[in-house]
Design a binder for this molecule. Structure first.
Ligand SMILES: [Zn+2]
Length: 277
């Protein structure tokens, strides 16, 4: 009897025990949730409202990372150093590169290119389709009992991403200008997809020098730029200076929101409106 009950317990345990997965940034939690729903618990490495290129990891987040079956990486340099730092406790972690099968752009500003690759692939809904496929493959490998469920969820999410893409395209119809100034250059893939041109304030993730600031002010005046975009968790001073010099206003957008869809559509609205002024 005891053995029977014990096997029953084990069966129930394995059928209903939730896996834990870790992602680097909040938008990835949105993507994993679309596919996995409540079959996994999702641990997010970077805290809300921070700069994804420099932030402090919370000990609780590391603990959850150690419990995780999968780590959905996206291509940040912090991922490699983190995995190296904790390599002894993370032996069983499956590291999945969600950027697989995506042609990464080189980081570029002001004409010249830098060798570092641009990691901001989560702001283009068509590229998110590829990331969602990579996420689904890994989830099926680890939790094969949910294969059909995950495949159906992927199909629904792919359709949703296509309709987000066509909504955004419509928003940009009839714009007068296609250049926009944004503090941190996280919008390169989005800009490429919708035929816009991102002009970043930051150079190599650093504050601009006086000379760069003057160049940006000249561009903003010449291009009749009405809005300078700032981001949560990033410095506002340089953007404020530019906006003041050219009589533009500041708009805050959040490229790292876990409420990915609403936030992306909202940012597209603000951006499209500013390009029609
Ligand atoms: Zn970034």
């Amino acid at each position: 009897m005891f053995r029977f009950l014990f096997s029953l317990f084990l069966l129930t345990y394995f059928a209903y025990a939730k896996g834990v997965v870790t992602v680097s940034i909040p938008p990835q939690a949105f993507f994993v949730e679309k596919i996995a729903k409540d079959t996994v618990d999702i641990n997010v490495l970077i805290p809300p409202n921070s700069d994804e290129h420099s932030f402090e990891l919370k000990p609780s987040v590391i603990k959850e990372l150690e419990k995780s079956d999968i780590y959905f990486a996206i291509g940040f340099s912090f991922e490699e150093s983190l995995l190296k730092r904790f390599k002894n406790t993370l032996k069983h972690l499956d590291i999945v590169k969600t950027q697989e099968n995506i042609n990464l752009l080189e980081q570029s500003h002001n004409g010249h290119k830098h060798s570092a690759l641009d990691t901001h692939i989560w702001l283009d809904p068509i590229l998110v389709k590829v990331q969602a496929q990579n996420i689904t493959n890994a989830l099926i490998k680890h939790y094969p009992q949910h294969k059909n469920f995950y495949e159906n969820n992927l199909k629904v999410f792919h359709d949703e991403l296509d309709s987000i893409d066509s909504d955004i395209k419509k928003k940009f119809q009839g714009i007068k200008n296609n250049k926009f100034i944004v503090y941190h250059p996280s919008w390169s893939y989005f800009a490429k997809r919708y035929e816009l041109m991102q002009i970043p304030v930051q150079i190599n993730n650093k504050e601009p020098k006086a000379r760069d600031l003057q160049r940006l002010i000249d561009i903003a005046k010449g291009e009749n730029i009405k809005v300078v975009f700032i981001q949560k968790g990033f410095s506002k001073e340089a953007a404020q200076t530019i906006a003041k010099e050219c009589n533009a206003r500041l708009e805050e957008i959040d490229h790292l929101s876990r409420d990915w869809k609403n936030e992306l559509l909202k940012s597209a609205d603000i951006l499209a409106y500013s390009l029609k002024e």
